[in-house]
Every structure is written in structure tokens, then in C-alpha cells.
Ligand binder design. Structure first.
Ligand code: SF4
Ligand code: SF4
Length: 440
């Protein structure tokens, strides 16, 4: 009998994958843009303060913004040139945030970074390179990586999980990174394990990426001596890329409500983050570029593009030949957890995984109706919450009472809204609930 694939138990869905547009397209370097807008908030935590002023000259890799105190990560010049302005740029969630505009010197090319051996570096030196490179969780969370790799001593971390699930429809960045850069990712895993002082690491990959499973398994076999690294094929199920669900799928451990992965001895890192750690430690290269999936039927050419941080979406659209006349909606991120945007002036950040150009047949345009109490959303919720009640209470003007239905445990995966036959905007209701309810 065929062995059942690992996955998480409660809830989950399988939306159309729509990865066929880009999953076979090799990562392509977009030519350097004339100008970049570096946002001073690209991470979870305090915003950076600018360390440069108008007309200053900057080299690729220079730190141009940093947090004064508290949680955060520094930002770097992604091209060599002159500071043109310190102003603000559009942001998909915060509307607008302060930014530094750099005009690239016409003749400036990509900087060459020298390779170094990392094996003699201490744990502190490794962590310091991660911090100086401004690395944050590149799957979308943006949590500063040097902080995540310094769990409190009482946490007793024994396992690292690398998130290769990439369960959001359309997105194929991690898939292509695993196919094209598997040995570097495995080296990155070894660096992280060394920082954490542990030996065991798993790479969880959904089985709709057989070539990624093959390449990663080969790289692990060839280069993991002294470590206990394994590739774990996972059933295709959304939202498996979410930390709690991934930990359960790979190890069977359950993170408690409001708990963190290290409460069950686990640290999770994303594929792109792991490769960024490899580059930071071995090449002293900061986060100056990001691979993004540009997909959907509303763009003339789909691609997996490596672009400079701060590249404006309008420059990417121009490079790919423009949009199609039937474009209806532009979404930053995946269709399940992404955010619709209304301007192409939006710059790419460290946490942008993709931008989708969607036509009418790729989106829902129905008007929503009252709840019919079918219970489908309860079955689909991976956290066991009551999104139906949250929606009803918010509509009734009682949003402040929604904590009892689990509003603060919701991580906005969108499974409930996806299955709702009444097309109720449950995630929007939940966001209102989060703003108005009080934590117990
Ligand atoms: S969005 Fe929140 S309530 Fe809805 S399924 Fe996901 S975790 Fe559950
Ligand atoms: S799925 Fe929609 S209609 Fe059904 S119970 Fe949930 S909110 Fe109500």
C-alpha cells in the first residue's frame, strides 16, 4: 500500500495551484533599474532611520538605514549611485512609508563579492554577518532573522525546519531556488544549524515540486556530513507553509495557541532566507536583491525575476512587455494572503514573494450574502476557530466581542473565505475584529 504523505491534521484546502505559468521558468536577472526606492520598513519591528542625506554618494551594499533601538533590520543601497530623495513610497499594507530614492550611476554594474570559508567563524561572528546583511523572513513575515536565530536558552531547540512548502497558488520562487541553488541552500542549512548549535534539520517540500525534491535530496546526500539533514515530501495542502502547520506536518509536534515554534523545540526558516544567509556568511553580501514571481494572465510575459530591492513595479511591467487589456486586479503576494494594490509605483521589498496580475476569470467578483450556517468555514479553518461567528458579530457592530471566537489566533490564511458559499469577506471581518476586540 502506498505510504500516506505527511501533512497537518485540522482543516486546510487545495485551491487551484496555477503554478504552471512559471514553475518551469528559470530565474532571470532583470537589468539594473535607473532608480530604486528603498523602504525604511521592510520588516517586523521598528522602522529604520535614514543614515544618508540627499545628494550623498552610496555604493551597492552600504547600510543606508537602521533601527535606533528595538527589533528591526538595517537596509542597504541596492545599487551604486546618488541619493536623489528621502521621501515616502507606497506600501501594500501601511499605505505609505518613508523611503530613500537612489539614482543609479549610468555605468554602475553589479558588485562582485568575494567568497570566504566560514568554517572558522564563531557562532557570534556568523550571527553578526546575518544581522549586518539585514536578513529578515523572506516568505512574507519579515521577522529579523538574527533575532529568530537567538532563541532564549530555556527554549531547548533541537530541530530546524526549512520551509519549502510554497503552498500559495501561483508562487514559484522557492521552487526555482531549490531547483537552481540546492547546494547553496544546503550550505545555508549547515550554517544555521551551526549557529543554533544543533545537528537536525528537515526540508519540507510539497510533492507538486518533484524536481525540487530531487535536487534538494541530491544536495543533502552529497554535502551534509556531520549533520542530520533530511528532505520530507509533504502532501499538497494549503496553508502548509504556515509555521504551525508545517511543524505539525514534519515533526508531529503541535505549537500551543499563542505559542511560538521554539516552545516545541523548533526554528523554521524560509528557503529564500536560507539562501540569503549563505550569501551573507560566505560572500558578505547583504540583501540587495530578491527573486519574485510575476504571474497571472494579466501580464504579457510571466517570469521568475531576480530584481534589485527597491525596483518599482512599473519598471518590471515595462521589462515584461506591459499588462493585457483585461487586467482587473494587481496583488502583492499570493492570492490567498496577498494584498491588492492600486499603484505600480510600489517598490519590491525583502519580503515580496510575487506580484500577480489577475484577469476577471482569475478572481471572484460576486457580491457576498448572509451566512447560511453551513459550517464549511469551521471545517476548513486549520486553527479550529469560528470565522462565521466573527463575521456575524462584526456585521452586527459587535466586533469588540470577537476574541471569544479566536480572532487573535487567526493568521489570515483565507481558507474560511475560500470555502464560503456565500462569498463572505471573512478575512476582512477578522481584520476589523482584531482592531476592535481586546485580548483576554
Ligand atoms: S483566515 Fe483565520 S479564521 Fe479563516 S481559516 Fe484562516 S486561520 Fe481560520
Ligand atoms: S462558510 Fe460562509 S455561509 Fe457557511 S457558515 Fe461559514 S460564513 Fe456562514
Amino acid at each position: 500500500m502506498e505510504k500516506e504523505l505527511r501533512t497537518f491534521k485540522k482543516g486546510g484546502i487545495h485551491p487551484p495551484e496555477r503554478k504552471e505559468y512559471t514553475e518551469h521558468l528559470a530565474i532571470e536577472d532583470m537589468p539594473l533599474p535607473k532608480e530604486v526606492d528603498i523602504l525604511l520598513s521592510q520588516h517586523f519591528g521598528a522602522w529604520c532611520k535614514p543614515l544618508v542625506k540627499k545628494k550623498d554618494r552610496v555604493e551597492e551594499g552600504d547600510i543606508i538605514g537602521d533601527v535606533e533601538k528595538g527589533l528591526g533590520a538595517c537596509v542597504h543601497a541596492s545599487v551604486t549611485g546618488a541619493v536623489k530623495d528621502i521621501g515616502s513610497s507606497p506600501h501594500p499594507l501601511l499605505v505609505s512609508v518613508p523611503s530613500i530614492t537612489i539614482e543609479r550611476d549610468q555605468e554602475a554594474e553589479r558588485k562582485e563579492y568575494k567568497k570566504e570559508d566560514w568554517h572558522n567563524l564563531s557562532r557570534e561572528e556568523l550571527l553578526s554577518r546575518v544581522k549586518k546583511a539585514g536578513i529578515v523572513g523572506m516568505g512574507g513575515a519579515g521577522f529579523p532573522t538574527h533575532v529568530k536565530l537567538s532563541p532564549p536558552p530555556e527554549a531547548k531547540v533541537d530541530t530546524l525546519i526549512i520551509n519549502g512548502a510554497e503552498c500559495e497558488p501561483y508562487l514559484t520562487v522557492d521552487h526555482r531556488l531549490m531547483v537552481e541553488h540546492a547546494p547553496e541552500i544546503v550550505e545555508g542549512i549547515k550554517i544555521i544549524l551551526t549557529i543554533l548549535g544543533i545537528k537536525r534539520g528537515y526540508v519540507g517540500i510539497e510533492v507538486n515540486k518533484p524536481d525540487a525534491i530531487e535536487e534538494m535530496s541530491k544536495a543533502v546526500k552529497e554535502n551534509s556530513e556531520g549533520f542530520d539533514i533530511g528532505v520530507v515530501p509533504l502532501k499538497v495542502k494549503y496553508p502548509q507553509g504556515s509555521e504551525k502547520q508545517l511543524i505539525e506536518a514534519v515533526t508531529g509536534r503541535k505549537v500551543p495557541a499563542f505559542g511560538l515554534p521554539f516552545d516545541v523545540g523548533v526554528i523554521v526558516q524560509n528557503i529564500g532566507t536560507t539562501r540569503a544567509i549563505y550569501e551573507a556568511v560566505i560572500f558578505n553580501k547583504p540583501v540587495v536583491e530578491k527573486v519574485v514571481t510575476i504571474s497571472g494572465k494579466g501580464i504579457k510575459r510571466q517570469a521568475n525575476l531576480r530584481v534589485r530591492i527597491g525596483t518599482k513595479l512599473k519598471d518590471i511591467v515595462e521589462y515584461l512587455g506591459g499588462t493585457t487589456p483585461d487586467l482587473k486586479k494587481v496583488v502583492v503576494g499570493g492570492p490567498m494572503m496577498g494584498f491588492a494594490i492600486s499603484t505600480l509605483d510600489f517598490p519590491i521589498t525583502k519580503i515580496t514573494s510575487g506580484v500577480l496580475f489577475l484577469t476577471e476569470d482569475e478572481i471572484d467578483l460576486y457580491e457576498y450574502k448572509p451566512c447560511i450556517r453551513c459550517g464549511f468555514c469551521l471545517e476548513a479553518c486549520p486553527m479550529g476557530l469560528q470565522p462565521n461567528e466573527i463575521g456575524i458579530y462584526v456585521e452586527a457592530g459587535r466586533a469588540e466581542e470577537t476574541a471569544q471566537f479566536g480572532v487573535f489566533e487567526c493568521f489570515e490564511c483565507g481558507c474560511c473565505a475560500y470555502v464560503c458559499p456565500s462569498k463572505r469577506p471573512l478575512v476582512q471581518f477578522i481584520r476589523i475584529g482584531k482592531m476592535k476586540a481586546k485580548r483576554a
